[in-house]
Ligand binder design. Structure first.
Ligand SMILES: [Zn+2]
Length: 244
């Protein structure tokens, strides 16, 4: 599923292409992102909101295919297509975005160390991997980047938040920003369906250390083999040698 870096990549690209254009007679004033949600704001105060969910793609000037669910046409003749092979994604026009945004915690790229500690303290018995992807606590991180953040931080995904030392919390907090920024630089991760707004793949996949690397040697060369464990409806990948 596209996470913060993928949606942010699309936001930046689309900002340069469609801000100032008109859609159905309404002028686009800016494009924002909240968590994994993309928000096109119109000058009249209303918004067009997208969630790509598992397989959504937003491609400017894209060629329609059998997975195209909607074509948005701008006043200058250009267009944006919304593809969604598995049809879990959605878009809707809303008067204001308050209802959609109020359920999210602080943005992952903006959360302060204090806010992060507070979020962990709210759920002392919960495990760190599901905490990182709980959008109500921290907004924007999903399965890929939580695995990469915990590997970089040398923290085991099943650690209960109350057992984390201050130093470990600081490391995770720092690496949330580091990993997400790196991924944005590489236009995100194209694991399955994700394409950016220009129809290109994001190549952060090449930089993944543990995500979908089960069975491979740990890149720290510590003799560990990357493992995958089930965790609720998801899975976590980690190195049992260096993630404690
Ligand atoms: Zn290792």
């Amino acid at each position: 599923m596209p996470e913060l870096p993928e949606v942010e990549t699309i936001r930046r690209q689309l900002s340069g292409k469609i801000v100032g254009k008109k859609l159905n007679g309404k002028k686009i004033s800016n494009i924002r992102r909240r968590a994994k949600v993309l928000i096109i704001n119109f000058k009249d105060g209303s918004s067009l909101v997208f969630h790509l969910k598992l397989t959504g793609q937003l491609i400017f000037s894209g060629k329609p295919s059998k997975h195209t669910r909607k074509i948005f046409k701008f006043d200058d003749g250009s267009h944006l297509i919304f593809n969604d092979a598995r049809k879990f994604g959605w878009w809707k026009e809303v008067k204001d975005t308050k209802k959609i945004e109020e359920k999210f915690g602080p943005e992952a790229l903006e959360i302060s160390l204090k806010e992060f500690k507070d979020a962990l303290e709210k759920r002392p018995n919960a495990k760190i991997k599901p905490l990182l992807i709980d959008q109500g606590l921290i907004a924007g991180i999903g399965n890929i980047y939580s695995d990469e953040i915990l590997f970089t931080s040398k923290v085991h995904p099943l650690r209960q938040s109350k057992t984390l030392k201050n130093e470990e919390i600081r490391r995770i907090h720092k690496n949330i920003r580091k990993i997400l920024k790196d991924a944005i630089k590489h236009m995100g991760s194209s694991v399955q369906y994700y394409l950016d707004a220009c129809g290109r793949k994001g190549d952060y996949v090449k930089h993944h250390k543990v995500y979908q690397k089960e069975g491979e040697k740990c890149p720290r060369r510590d003799g560990g083999i990357i493992r995958r464990i089930k965790l609720g409806g998801r899975s976590a990948r980690f190195c049992p040698r260096c993630q404690l």
